[in-house]
Design a binder for this molecule. Structure first.
Ligand SMILES: Nc1ncnc2c1ncn2[C@@H]1O[C@H](COP(=O)(O)OP(=O)(O)OP(=O)(O)O)[C@@H](O)[C@H]1O
Length: 652
């Protein structure tokens, strides 16, 4: 048995194991709030307060504005439950009537803060760079003033009335909204489904509306509730100082301010509005706490490296475009890429040539850190230009250059020609959208299909990836599917626009071996049906042997050996390919030999040795000064390309 057959034979049988997960019951937000004691109490009180704000003036037993100098400063009694004030007005009626103004200021203040702060925060996260720096510094300066001082300054400038109090307390809360919106947006932008959506050609506005806002809405709702209480207290502080709602209109803070001269002789005057105010702040805080538990970002996802999503709003890097290759679905020529670091540009991809014909699968293999994912992202036009520069070379997709395009042309190219499948299907799907909504988005991007046609196409796609009962599945959420099913859905989304090229970055490494097999067999079938070119990044030579047609072995940012799988894996000529093969499970085991690890470490980017980069780990290099002098260029030896000065030694 040949080595390739040997490794292919190591494949587990395609067991009839089902990767379907039973659907889980979805708790509604209301139920989850009521399930917590503080949520139940908070929500009940908030509802009562809102009812009070709406119906308070109608429920007031007496005219809240009518002065009666014969009845001033009367303590609570049956006629005046909360007593009367210094002008003989019924305090109970004033508290009821004042609910609307008090809560109105809270709602208005939060709305002002939300409407200014959230767009600023999203803008800072999206644009990064100087816009983010300027916004964040301005917010730091605002935060360095105590709230009440800032609100006082705003009211002093604008004048004391209810409308200006709303603006003042709103402006004071803007920094909190902006900071939070920025932080949660950054973490959402780092999610692979955002990259997936960009790969489908979605515009920045669509990504924000469709993916970012729904995902950050829970956090913002929690924050709004919590800030409502502090806004209310800031407004009452202004009222207490005489800068809030002006007499004779009742508002709880203003009523407190009016009562301060009588606080010792007639404490009930301050007690009732103060009590209503304190309990309202408590109610909103309790509700906010309950929402925080539900939406706590630390329980849902941990912070991730936040990439700068400049690629969504910019065109592709401007490299002198060479003529695209019309025969190959993917053609990469002399590509060089470098990471932008504090120490300058660090080469990561160094002169790579690749070509994939329609209907073929090219596997890109190599140790961790060799630059495979960076190269795949560049081919998918997903490399972030603020992070990594394409310094030389050309990339062609379906006969079209992928470099030097405008943002619109780039989105069109991604949408029409490229599908991407990432390793982690769980984070490649948006958890707050149904599978149907995500598929529909992929199908309808750039098309004029009506709703029913989109639905039918979604059903057909789910059938293509062998998901049973697709009509019902469309209404389900990602968490109701198992890992294998999620990956099928990700593949269906990637196939939605009939791409010519499918890029798969370790698409099955998060799955168990049986499911892995099913997914790869499925990919193979779909590829055969559609004639797509597939670029498969993997560490697993066994998978390469079974599922790829061609293989390119990458080491330290270069392709050191490439050709047909049967040729390269059967008789590797580069010492690195030989070492990789010897370390692959299935290569040695079946023959009773132990697995061998590759001695030494791959070089870090920016620290490549002179001459051949594999030299420090190479068994062939001893006593050969040529290896230290220059980096070998790939040349044809025995039916493949190999970059080793002494490749012929592998033939003997
Ligand atoms: N933003 C960055 N700035 C600097 N270096 C980076 C950055 N991102 C990745 N690298 C480095 O670039 C090298 C190539 O990374 P890449 O992810 O392309 O490798 P890989 O071959 O795909 O590895 P793996 O198989 O582990 O995914 C690695 O050494 C990595 O540490």
């Amino acid at each position: 048995m040949s080595l390739v057959q040997d490794m292919a034979a190591g494949a587990p049988p395609l067991a009839a194991k089902s990767d379907a997960a039973p659907p889980r019951r979805r708790w509604t937000l209301l139920w989850r709030i009521l399930a917590q004691p503080k949520g139940a109490i908070g929500l009940t009180l908030v509802v009562l307060y809102l009812l009070l704000a709406v119906f308070g003036p109608m429920l007031a037993p007496q005219d809240a504005f009518r002065q009666n100098f014969a009845q001033t400063l009367r303590p609570p009694s049956a006629a005046h439950w909360f007593g009367t004030d210094q002008l003989g007005r019924d305090v109970f009626s004033r508290v009821l009537v004042g609910a609307r103004a008090t809560l109105g200021i809270g709602v208005g203040g939060v709305a002002v803060a939300f409407l200014i702060g959230v767009p600023l925060g999203i803008l800072a996260a999206w644009r990064r760079g100087w816009i983010e720096a300027v916004l964040m510094r301005a917010i730091d300066i605002m935060l360095s003033f105590p709230d009440i001082v800032f609100a006082l300054a705003v009211v002093a400038i604008l004048g004391a009335n209810t409308q200006n109090v709303i603006i003042a307390v709103g402006v004071v809360a803007v920094p909190v909204f902006a900071r939070t919106a920025r932080a949660v947006t950054l973490s959402i932008l780092a999610e692979p489904y955002i990259e997936g959506s960009a790969a489908l050609g979605a515009s920045p506005a669509r990504i924000i509306l469709r993916h970012v806002l729904p995902n950050i809405s829970g956090t913002l709702l929690t924050l709004s509730t919590l800030l409502f209480a502090s806004t209310l207290l800031s407004a009452s502080g202004l009222g207490f100082l005489g800068l809030g709602t002006q007499p004779p209109f009742p508002e709880w803070g203003t009523m407190l301010g009016e009562s301060r001269s009588y606080i010792r002789s007639h404490p009930y005057l301050a007690t009732f509005p103060g009590l209503f105010l304190a309990v309202s702040a408590l109610a909103f805080n309790l509700l906010g706490e309950a929402l925080r538990v539900i939406y706590d970002p630390t329980s849902r996802r941990t912070a991730r490296r936040a990439p700068l999503f400049a690629f969504l709003r910019r065109g592709s890097p401007t490299i002198p475009a060479t003529a695209p290759d019309a025969v190959n679905a993917v053609s990469v020529k002399a590509l060089r890429m470098a990471f932008r670091t504090r120490d300058g540009l660090l080469d990561v991809v160094r002169g790579v040539d690749l070509a994939i014909r329609p209907g073929r699968t090219l596997a890109l293999v190599g140790e961790s850190g060799s630059g495979k994912s960076t190269l795949l992202r560049a081919i998918g036009t997903l490399a972030n230009p603020q992070e990594v520069a394409i310094t030389e070379g050309a990339i062609g997709i379906g006969g079209q250059s992928a470099l030097g395009l405008s943002a619109t042309a780039l989105r069109e190219l991604r949408r029409r020609k490229i599908g991407v499948v990432f390793q982690d299907a769980a984070s490649a799907l948006n958890p707050v959208l149904t599978v149907g909504a995500q598929l529909a988005e992929a199908v309808s991007a750039g098309s004029s299909l009506d709703k029913e046609a989109v639905r039918q196409r979604c059903i057909a796609l789910l059938k293509d990836v062998r998901i049973a009962d697709p009509e019902r599945r469309l209404a389900m959420y990602p968490h109701q599917f198992s890992g294998g099913m999620k990956q099928r859905i990700v593949i269906a989304i990637a196939l939605a626009q009939d791409p010519q090229v499918l890029l798969a970055d370790e698409p099955t490494s998060a799955l168990d071996v049986t499911i892995q097999q099913q997914i790869l067999v499925l990919l193979r079938e779909i590829q055969a049906k559609r004639g797509m070119a597939v670029l498969l990044v993997t560490h697993d030579l066994g998978l390469v042997a079974r599922f790829a047609d061609d293989v390119a072995v990458m080491y330290a940012g270069r392709i050191v050996e490439s050709g047909e799988v049967a040729t390269v894996l059967e008789r590797p000529l580069h010492p690195y390919t030989l070492a990789l093969r010897a370390s692959a499970p299935g290569a040695g085991e079946g023959r009773g030999r132990p697995l061998r690890s590759i001695p030494g470490e791959p070089p870090l980017i920016g620290q490549f040795p002179a001459g051949c980069t594999f030299r420090p780990r190479c068994p062939r290099t001893q006593g050969r000064p040529d290896c230290a002098e220059r980096e070998p260029e790939p040349r044809t030896v025995s039916g493949r390309q190999v970059a080793c000065l002494f490749a012929e030694e592998g033939l003997s």
